[in-house]
Design a protein around this ligand. Sequence first.
Ligand SMILES: [Zn+2]
Length: 412
Amino acid sequence: MSSVMRLRCMKCGTEYDPSEVRDTCPICGNDGILEVLYDYDRIRPLLTRETLEGNRDLSMWRYLPLLPIDQRPASLTLQIGWTPLYKSRRIGPTLGLDHVWFKDDGRNPTASLKDRASAIAIAKATELDKHVLTAATTGNAGSSLAGLAANAGLDAYIFVPASAPAGKIAQLQVFGSHLFLVLGNYDQAFDLCVEATERFGWYNRNTAFNPYMVEGKKTVALEIAEQLNFEEPDKVIVPVGDGCIISGVAKGFRDLLALGLIRHIPQLIAVQAEGCAPIARAVISGEPIEYLEHPASCADSIVAGIPRNHLMALRDIKDTDGLAITVSDDEIIDALGFLGRNEGIFAEPAAAASVAALRKLAGNVLHPEDRIVVLITGNGLKDIQNALKVKGISMSIPPRMDAVEQAIEEGF
Ligand SMILES: [Zn+2]
């Protein structure tokens, strides 16, 4: 049995038994995102440094006692989570920062952090005996759900803006999901998906709607802490769109603190793209959030003009004494190349946004002795068009050795 005790509305604070509600708070509607409350006393003996040391399951399921499911879904065999945490070789030292790590979640089966949430969706749908799942997506959540559903033998209906990068559309096609290419933006795709969920009785994987998705995403924080031998970082840099990943990171660290496995919750640094920064602007100005009707950025994964999880994200940034920053598309593309050249990690633009933030904040907010984790949320192969904007070291030559020799002599 899972150790979930109650679901609590983020907005009005009403608590529910998990059997009473499935998605948002009935009183508050779509704004009333529910948080999962656990019985930590029950979990504490089940999840200790010792039990984890003896656990050979190197995937997100190693944290099962702290997940809102009874058991890991037997139908899902892809390896999700336990992605590498790399100590920075060159970027940290170049920026005068001694302790920088990259958590490369592009190494998940569908190449993004979203697999952590999709895995929980598959588990919950299986518990409820639902065979059709749905999601609205800027690309990654959908391709993730499609891939995991394919592995588990379930059906998926995905609502994606027709403008999503080709790599993500390709994944959706390859994984055989039913694909609605919505001639509109992500916010419209989201509303349509919620409506279709009602109409057809599907299982909905949308974060900031389904309360359990944050619980999957939080496993990235659990891993970061464990991979650092429970000497938690001081700061974690997180790309922000809807605000669900940053809330997942906060939840993971809060859980660990409640279990006595860490001593403090790291400061969360939210990064948004200049062309779509409603959460960052609200944090920086202290004013209420203002939605954007026409958000635009190359970092498609974090383009959400109406951030569905903004209430929770803003609270989590504030509670962790965190901050927010915006980065331009030029800075993002530049950071994408900077990360690739210096560390051998290929990030999609949204993920490179956190590296752009690291660069911008080094020397002022970030100090040499700070322990900093930079979250790489998705792989660069998902968006080749933007990756090609990075200037490589290339030249065209005829297929002859003298051309190579001449190039080398000229210092190529
Ligand atoms: Zn409520």
